[in-house]
Design a protein around this ligand. Structure first.
Ligand SMILES: Nc1ncnc2c1ncn2[C@@H]1O[C@H](COP(=O)(O)OP(=O)(O)O)[C@@H](O)[C@H]1O
Ligand SMILES: [Mg+2]
Length: 253
């Protein structure tokens, strides 16, 4: 069962947008999908089920509340384990434990989530710290959204190193599913953006996906309305681009 972690230590590169849209697309196709929000900014939570502050992923990770009290339904076939500002405190607590790296993996195994769902998608904070490490240890695949700019390559290198490190020490099955470019301008910046994709291919080879996600306001609006873009604007470029991305990802899973 694929466990996909969406990772980039930069903010604003569409990690959350990607997690929501991949998950809701797959759910729309009939897959049973779980989204886990591991970012204390809780953007994914706010853009899907909203935040009620009652129960969050920190409670679940720390064994204070069972899954049933934490997980919330979003749309058919898609549930969310929400986050909260309080996750920062839990992250510190968890990070001070021995073998903290296995915290998420142990919960996923302990609650038999690989039987309950067909795919799990994890959204991360813009950092490579405690909980992001936990997600790499629990995941089968890493998906890396990136800004289509040269300076972002150094960041991707960092992620690759972390992935290699986790793969060697904790999780042999971990693979990079792909790198892809988001907020891709099709007008005046087209040339530069294309050059960046070409350069990325020279550096990262086949790990660079052919799908790119164009700048599209519907993606942002859908999140504000707490609706999957497939419901809010099914004919938008955003819906089309994420559908293509999902098709490409499926060939690699
Ligand atoms: N392709 C896109 N076109 C326009 N806006 C986008 C696109 N992808 C993401 N956004 C918006 O950009 C902002 C940052 O995206 P987000 O997914 O929250 O990034 P991250 O999780 O990496 O910090 C959000 O307001 C989001 O709605
Ligand atoms: Mg985010």
């Amino acid at each position: 069962m694929p466990i996909l972690t969406v990772l980039n230590n930069k903010g604003g590169v569409a990690k959350t947008t990607t997690a929501i849209n991949i998950a809701s697309r797959l759910a729309g196709e009939g897959k049973r999908v779980l989204l886990i929000d591991l970012d204390s900014q809780a953007n994914l939570t706010m853009s899907t089920v909203g935040q009620d502050g009652e129960a969050h992923v920190g409670h679940w990770l720390n064994g204070e509340k069972p899954l049933s009290e934490v997980v919330r339904p979003y749309v058919p076939n898609l549930s969310v384990i929400p986050s909260s500002k309080a996750l920062d405190m839990y992250s510190k607590l968890i990070g001070s434990e021995e073998d903290y790296q296995f915290k998420l993996k142990d919960r996923i195994d302990g609650d038999n989530l690989t039987k309950l769902y067909d795919i799990i998608v994890i959204d991360n904070a813009p950092s490579l710290t405690t909980l992001a490490y936990c997600s790499l240890v629990a995941a089968t695949h890493v998906l890396i959204p990136s800004a289509p700019e040269y300076y972002s390559f150094a960041g991707i290198d960092n992620i690759m190193q972390s992935v290699a490190n986790v793969k060697k020490r904790y999780n042999r099955q971990l693979e990079v599913l792909g790198i892809f470019f988001t907020k891709y301008h099709t007008s005046y910046r087209k040339k530069v953006a294309n050059d960046v994709v070409e350069a990325a291919r020279e550096t990262f080879g086949d790990l660079v996906l052919t799908s790119t996600i164009r700048v599209n306001a519907s993606l942002e609006e859908a999140q504000m309305m707490r609706q999957p873009v497939y419901e809010y604007a099914p004919d938008s470029n955003g819906a089309a681009d994420y559908s293509k991305l999902v098709e490409e990802i499926k060939t690699r899973l």
